[in-house]
Design a protein around this ligand. Structure first.
Ligand code: ATP
Ligand code: MG
Length: 476
């Protein structure tokens, strides 16, 4: 198969040992010629003389940066597969490798198996490149069925298209071992989605959660990898870490953005090598674990600030799932409200009948900075206090009522800040929505004309409509 590769492999590292290892390992599995260079200058001159298909490159080179080599390679061919070899201490890549179509990362020192994994992925990409041009027709994602949802995600309520996309992704990747990174604001349901990913998989082992924000830094390593008896003060017995507990199953690393830098390298090594070593142990154990991570932080920003390893981010986000905020799927609010009223009635022995449409409109208009969790907590509180009857506007907190349609008062271009303050994001969004709707209504929902009235691109308008779930009033 490898013989399909048209160009050579180029290995760039100032350490001769690394160059030799890569050379030797690749020679066993492929006939592709392997060239190597110890400096940027040598690498650039080889790039000028030979077509290169796969580039293994170290970032710190004696006469410059690995990025200089990457740029030179990409300038010659967009199709080159790039594998960046990083060291344990290199976190501060001044320019984001993620933005340079880097294909893979290898943390040094790496095992033969990890190198072959990276090679296999690079070769696969070369095969895909070779079989172009065919427009990448991905079969349209099947919407997951009600039965599938009932079985794997019974707790996740919502019918908004953005949520259906999430379910379709979970279903599509269920049987793979690919690492999943779930992002989304606080309270958007990341934990529920992580559990659904495990449930939908065929993995028979346990679903183990580690909340990285809740574990003190000095205990994190032992939480992850375990320790032997007496490994440190207080380690009276041996303990299996989360990796071993999740063997054959799924390890959910919640709040991964809080993982200390020193441990990020160890985590990356475990993911790359599929082996872990308990604290105080000299033997490694092989583990088969599917990783799902979640964060409400912008990890790319963290990476750029040197707080999160870019190579780890790359490895975690093989399958990214971004959860919509509640204000981006307002049409689900009535469903969620009814669901939470029923849940709270049951859990708290209450008998609330339901909610008036006026109160529901107010809940639907509010901004929900705390997303579904905030809505759930609010409904639960109201149900407990009210005990029975219908939830009306007077049962809602002032800040929710304040987002009623007249909250801004007077001329919308000279708004009056209500005495109790306002949810700025929500107010701005509703202002935007009102103008968009008027432009659409005035043009009979002609998106080209409406976009030009608003002086935005048609695609921007279409994206906004999808995101905001705005539709003609008649419903069509
Ligand atoms: N789509 C949904 N349907 C029903 N309940 C939901 C949904 N999304 C979230 N919830 C509920 O909202 C609460 C918060 O959800 P979850 O803990 O999964 O959020 P999170 O994204 O992990 O938040 P954080 O970033 O703060 O950890 C939970 O009680 C959960 O059951
Ligand atoms: Mg959470």
């Amino acid at each position: 198969m490898m013989e399909e590769m048209v160009g050579s492999v180029l290995v760039v590292d100032d350490e001769a040992d690394i160059r030799n290892v890569v050379r030797r390992v690749l020679a066993k599995v492929s006939d592709v010629p392997v060239l190597d260079a110890g400096t940027v200058a040598e690498a650039v001159s080889l790039l000028g003389a030979h077509p290169i298909s796969v580039l293994f490159v170290d970032l710190g080179l004696p006469d410059g940066q690995g990025f200089d080599v990457i740029d030179a390679a990409l300038a010659r061919s967009k199709d080159v597969s790039i594998v960046v070899m990083t060291g344990e201490s290199s976190v501060d890549h001044p320019i984001s490798a993620l933005r340079r179509s880097v294909a893979d990362f290898l943390l040094k020192p790496f095992s033969r198996a990890a190198l072959l994994d990276a090679w296999e992925r690079a070769a696969q990409r070369q095969r895909e490149n070779a079989s172009r041009p065919r427009p990448s027709v991905r079969a349209k994602e099947r919407p997951s069925t009600d039965v599938w949802r009932e079985v794997h995600a019974p707790e996740i309520v919502g019918e908004h298209p953005s949520l259906h996309d999430v379910f379709a992704t979970i279903e599509r990747i269920a049987d793979t071992d690919a690492t999943v990174l779930i992002t989304g604001e606080s309270g958007t349901g990341k934990e529920l989605v992580a559990a659904a990913v495990h449930s939908a998989s065929k993995r028979t082992g346990a679903f183990v959660t580690l909340n990285c924000a809740a574990i003190p830094e000095n205990l994190m390593e032992s939480e992850l990898f375990g320790h032997v008896r007496g490994a440190f003060t207080g380690a009276s017995g041996a303990r299996n870490g989360c990796f071993v507990e999740a063997h054959g199953g799924t390890l959910f690393l919640d709040e991964i953005g809080e993982m200390p830098l020193a441990l990020q390298a160890k985590l990356l090594r475990a993911l790359q090598e599929k082996r872990v070593r308990a604290v105080g142990e000299d033997r490694e154990r092989t583990v088969d674990v599917r990783i799902v991570a979640a964060t409400n932080r912008d990890l790319e920003e963290h990476a750029e600030a040197g707080l999160f390893r870019e190579d780890l981010l790359y490895r975690l986000s093989v399958i990214p799932i971004e959860l919509p905020t509640l204000r981006d799927r307002r049409s689900d609010i009535p469903l969620l409200v009814r669901h939470f009223i029923a849940l709270s009635n049951q859990a708290r022995g209450r008998n609330v009948d339901g909610i008036t449409s006026e109160a529901l409109d107010m809940l639907s208009a509010y901004g929900w900075p705390g997303n579904v969790r905030q809505l759930r907590n609010l409904i639960e509180r109201i149900v407990i206090l009210k005990a029975e009857g219908w939830i009306g506007p007077n049962d809602l907190p002032a800040r929710v009522r304040a987002t009623g349609p007249t909250a801004l008062g007077g001329d919308p271009l000279e708004p009056q800040l209500p005495a109790g303050g306002i949810d700025l994001r929500d107010a701005v969004e509703r202002f935007e929505n009102a103008l968009i709707l008027q432009a659409l209504e005035r043009t009979g929902w002609n998106k080209n004309q409406a976009a030009s009235m608003l002086q935005i691109n048609r695609t921007t308008l279409v994206e906004k409509l999808k995101k905001k779930d705005l539709k003609p009033a008649s419903g069509g």
